[in-house]
Write a protein that binds this ligand. Sequence first.
Ligand SMILES: C[S@@+](CC[C@H](N)C(=O)[O-])C[C@H]1O[C@@H](n2cnc3c(N)ncnc32)[C@H](O)[C@@H]1O
Length: 289
Amino acid sequence: MNKKIRQLLQKINSEKILSKKFYPVWFFTNEKIDKFLSRLPGKENIKKIFGIGGAGDFAFTALSVFENLDEINVCDIRKTANITIDLKIALFEKLTFEEILELFLDLKPVNKKQIYERVKEKISPASKNLFDFIINNCKENNFLLCLKKSGLWYKDSFWQAKHRTTYLPYLTSRTEYQSLKKKLKNINIYDGDFYDNLKLSQNIYYDLIYTSNILDSKFYCKQVDLYLKTIKEKLNKNGILFITTQGPKKMLNLIEEYGFRLFCKELHRFNALASLLGHYSFSFLSFKK
Ligand SMILES: C[S@@+](CC[C@H](N)C(=O)[O-])C[C@H]1O[C@@H](n2cnc3c(N)ncnc32)[C@H](O)[C@@H]1O
């Protein structure tokens, strides 16, 4: 059965994506969050999460780290991000650990048609429109090369697979991967803005809400006030707000103004050399209300 991308606000328009009317997205995350999340006190009580979708790796990591997680709802304003998560879920469902490594570490050329045949019944109609186009119009036979050449993802967002021990904990061992496979059904993908989707889930409260690094960007978050008030409203009594940021001091002051208190932090300074190599220095902050 096709996985659903819940399109509460707008229909996903594959034509617009193909004509690059959306920005590129990350294929694999640029955030190294698993150590921080693994150390969160009381993590066994986290059962329901709402978060930004991005490359989907937050959701996959959360399923690895939080052993009692029953439901994780993610949303993204960029339709390509939701479609990426949809494709990755289908690939993880259908491919073995060894096949996934061969594909993403580019250990040997993986035939695009063979792979796509195996996953296409698992993805949503919107994703299928897009991937039918990519696969049929790409001159290469290699699946990974076709994704890279489509220009829909940041080029340097594929290499994180080579650094999987720091970015992708669920790809570090066969056991981790098998365990993720069993929990993929707990992920729900919503299309659209974070605030709109969070607000729409009436009478639902979360144990953790994750905003990635959007609160410090006016481009991503035009109404920081509404976002923070709604997050506070939608968290359970002991719920946690988790953010990644490159400006921890500013974020700490801002979020505390809304009555949250700092719970745990892991700070990373900007490092020019690391940044040249494509490693962002995100800091991690979690808060309780
Ligand atoms: C800053 S990007 C970084 C990618 C991310 N670090 C990851 O690990 O995948 C965060 C993601 O948030 C999405 N986004 C930004 N503002 C949003 C909003 N207001 N509502 C929903 N998604 C948003 C972007 O489309 C992007 O995919």
